[in-house]
Design a protein around this ligand. Structure first.
Ligand code: 4AZ
Length: 833
């Protein structure tokens, strides 16, 4: 076992020769000291280094003429790592002892040869070239680093794995050493942080796995790992053993681009043999547990942030290779369970298994997967060209929450394949024989062949997973019969959400030509329009009366000079309707950064009016929105509680421009000067759940800090409109607060439906938004945050303040928000905004 030198090439001087200090001996394999082998090793190492150098030299020459890039950019490190498999080589155990003469001789000779090569032939534009190797039996693990100076960065795209491999392979084919042959070579581009760092030696460990579990943990555990750590644990076991590493405790920073653990089925950080990379927190009920395919494994911890997280605790042990490699078989029982090897641990790389299930003639086999996770970066789940389960000619991979299959005969094969890279939790499948003439005695038979309770059929929920339990149902009186055979609650009809899936519940909801359509979908005769009488529940029949200028009704936009504009949503539509321009004042500027859609995490600056309110030492507890440099809007119930400390402004801190609760770049933290809760706020009913917060100093607006537009009291947010709610609240009922700001699209729900589903608890100061089908909602910790809607005018308006709800995301229990339009006048009275 050897590890070699580092050579700093900037000045051409050798800086140091590092030998790893760990003296443990590992392998008990056959020994045989061969001076020739030593020589062969060093020649081999020199050859590899030389070949890589040749490759670099050759093609950099061809690119030299274009190499004049800005010197402002720093040098770029390119690291390649991989292994060389050697044949015809005997192994010398003394090489495992880094203190042995053999090891030192070999290390220094290789150092001499390679540095000599570099001194003479080093291209001036490669500032650092390193070659390091670890011998494990007949495998040499290596990595090479090139630091390309700024002026030569043009060549970077050409530093591809393919080119390096090509050069290595063709060079090795031409090798002239009779005693050894390279039977395999791999090369992969590697994150430079993984291969080497000046501090890596402070955190480098070689461990020997035995059948008794032993422990190691990340530096500083459990108090927190230091930033900029580059730690490596190389674990080995004796031949015919594999290694299992489990992490009973795992809590690394959530953002994997900062901190992460990378595990390899190799001793070098070779991407083609990566087992997995993980960050974040894992619950003890679902610990990370991985296994190697052979008797080596490498664990790297990279940390870049200052955010302190406890780190991990790991237990490693040697397990017989047979446990890893032996799988599959013939199964003749009428029921049983099949799992991927070592389940619930991650399955090992590079295994193939085949199970043949045979049940009595006349029966068929039902397969119900209770776990299916075979996710791998860059895999198209329609092709499954890497790890997969194959049943009846179809390959399955990725992640599936429900997969049920039935055989066409009384026999079925299930094969499992894992390739050399990336493994996952695997699968667990229950199989059972069934009688095709009566597949589900006393139960409902899904089209997939699985059985579910009779009461689950036609209940509006997709219990089979393929909707077959919800087809051809006889709908109850309080249900709507969808065209496609589904039954949905009558309440959901004409709520502007396609609950049936085929749109039939939303068809025929529009109004006739001679009718006026109210915002809540109600149709009234056309002559209700502009008769100065509120006919629609939401007043929308009086909100579009452009032919009645100057007439002020409750549905007119009132200019600052008391003129009235009878136009729907006149404010901030970029049209000057008021003679004093007051309809176009206080409109937040369109945000400059681009919006990135998809997913639940919000981007930095995507919701620039969102504020996080921290209370004493509790961290984030409520949300708020920015109205102006001095004023924030939030919910009264965040401040008026049984704890009087909640009402003390100095106990609160406001964070504007924030996305990640642990990152403060560009964030403005300001204390509160005053909390004004609505005087009519009712702690029992949550009526008037609104509060204004005056900042002790003004905010400075930036790209990520901007105010939200307040709607005028006549603004209509019609039912069915898609709006957005944002916050760091719990991501599910009873769950933990989010670290990254979350966003969710929710629909405005019509008031009469809102009243029914909340059993009459909503007042006119409240509105419902969400989905009656459940699944998307605000939750604890989002309170006080904004519900905002994008208007055709190109502006975002705040329609609501997160207030309350029965649980979170429950069916028929949408979120309830304070209705900003109804409280608009009070905001103006208190703040002048
Ligand atoms: C809360 O406790 C809370 N599902 C906020 C919103 C909702 C429920 C609870 C709406 O702050």
């Amino acid at each position: 076992f050897c590890s070699f030198f580092s050579k700093q090439g900037h000045n051409g001087h050798h800086e140091r020769i590092d030998f790893l200090s760990n003296k443990e001996k590992v392998s008990k394999r056959k020994t045989g000291l061969l001076v020739g082998v030593l020589l062969a090793f060093l020649v081999l190492a020199a050859v590899a280094a030389f070949l890589i150098w040749l490759f670099v030299c050759e093609f950099i020459n061809s690119f030299k003429h274009k190499a004049t890039l800005s010197a402002q950019r720093g040098p770029q490190s390119q690291v390649f790592s991989g292994h060389l498999k050697l044949a015809g080589v005997s192994y010398d155990q003394n090489l495992e002892d880094t203190e042995s003469k053999e090891f030192k001789d070999l290390a220094s000779t290789i150092q001499e040869i390679v540095s000599l090569t570099l001194e003479i032939k080093k291209p001036s534009f490669i500032s650092l070239f390193l070659f390091s190797c670890i011998f494990e039996g007949v495998i040499a693990y290596y990595w090479s680093q090139f630091d390309i100076p700024p002026e030569d960065l043009d060549v970077l795209p050409e530093f591809s794995e393919e080119r390096v491999l090509e050069v290595l392979e063709s060079g090795l084919k031409a090798q002239r050493f009779s005693s050894i042959h390279i039977t395999e070579v791999t090369t992969s581009l590697t994150d430079p942080r993984m291969a080497r760092s000046p501090t890596a030696r402070d955190c480098f460990f070689r461990l020997e796995a035995t059948e008794n579990g032993q422990e190691f943990s990340s530096p500083g555990y459990p108090h927190g790992y230091p930033p900029k750590s580059r730690c490596q644990w190389q674990i080995r076991a004796s031949e015919d053993m594999a290694i299992s590493v489990s992490f009973p405790f795992f809590h690394i920073e959530d953002d994997c681009s900062d901190d992460f653990v990378f595990i390899y089925d190799s001793l070098s950080p070779d991407e083609s043999q990566a087992i997995t990379n993980k960050c974040g927190q894992r619950p003890p009920s679902n610990p990370l547990e991985v296994v190697s395919s052979g008797n080596i494994i490498l664990i790297n911890l990279i940390t870049d942030t200052d955010v302190q997280r406890p780190g991990f605790q790991a237990v490693y042990k040697a397990i017989p290779s047979s446990m890893v490699k032996t799988c599959g078989g013939v199964l003749i029982a009428t029921e049983g369970v099949i799992t991927s090897p070592l389940y619930p641990s991650f399955y090992p790389p590079a295994v193939d298994c085949k199970w043949s299930i045979k049940v009595p003639a006349g029966k068929k086999v039902r397969l119900k997967f209770t776990m299916f996770r075979m996710k791998e970066p860059g895999v198209d789940i329609r092709e499954c060209h890497k790890d997969y389960v194959e049943v009846m000619g179809t390959k399955y991979c990725g992640e599936m929450s429900s997969l049920s299959l039935t055989s066409s005969t009384n026999a079925v094969d299930l094969t499992f394949h894992s390739d050399e890279s990336y493994t996952d939790k695997g699968f667990s499948v229950q199989y059972s024989a069934f009688d095709p003439t009566n597949p589900c005695p006393d139960m409902f038979a899904c089209a997939s062949g699985i059985c579910i309770g009779k009461e689950m059929a036609c209940d509006g929920w997709n219990d089979c997973g393929d909707m077959s339990d919800e087809m051809d149902c006889k709908c109850e009186k309080d249900q709507f019969a969808c065209k496609n055979g589904l039954c949905k609650p009558k309440l959901w009809e004409c709520d502007r959400v396609n609950d049936c899936g085929d749109g039939s519940d939303e068809k025929g909801c529009g109004c006739e030509e001679n009718e006026w359509s109210c915002g809540n979908g109600v149709c009234l005769p056309q002559d209700v329009r502009c008769d100065n009488k509120k006919d629609c529940e939401d007043g929308s029949d009086e909100a579009s009366c452009i032919n009645s200028p100057g007439i002020c009704s409750a549905f007119s936009f009132k200019c600052n000079n008391n003129d009235c504009v009878n136009k729907v949503n006149a404010e901030c539509d970029r049209i000057k309707d008021c003679s004093d321009n007051s309809d176009e004042e206080y409109c937040s500027k369109p945000y400059k950064l681009s919006r990135i859609g998809g997913g639940q995490n919000a981007e930095l600056g995507e919701w620039p009016w969102q504020v996080s309110l921290h209370f004493m030492t509790y961290g984030h507890v409520c949300g708020a929105s920015i109205l102006s440099e001095r004023w924030l809007l939030s919910a009264s119930h965040c401040f008026v509680t049984s704890n009087p400390a909640n009402h003390v402004p100095s106990n609160w801190q406001t964070y504007s421009g924030m996305q990640n609760q642990y990152k403060y770049d560009g964030v403005q933290r300001l204390p509160l000067k005053r909390i004004i809760s609505h005087p009519d706020y009712n702690q029992m009913t949550f009526d008037y759940d609104i509060a204004l917060l005056e900042l002790s100093e003004p905010l400075e607006f930036t790209n990520t800090i901007q105010p939200i537009c307040l709607p005028s009291s006549s603004h209509v947010f019609p039912a069915g409109m898609a709006c957005w709610v944002t916050g760091w609240g719990a991501q599910r009922e009873g769950g933990q607060k989010a670290q990254l700001l979350q966003k969710a699209s929710v629909k405005i729900i019509n008031d009469s439906v809102c009243n029914v589903v909340t059993e009459g608890q909503v007042t006119s100061r409240m509105l419902c938004s969400g989905f009656l089908a459940g699944g998307v909602d605000a939750c604890q910790g989002d309170s006080g945050g904004p519900l905002v809607c994008f208007e055709e005018s190109g502006k975002w308006f705040q329609a609501g303040i997160v207030s309350w709800g029965e649980g979170c995301a429950r069916r028929n229990k949408p979120g309830v928000y304070s209705r900003v339009t109804k409280l608009r006048q009070w905001i103006k009275d208190e703040t002048g905004i």
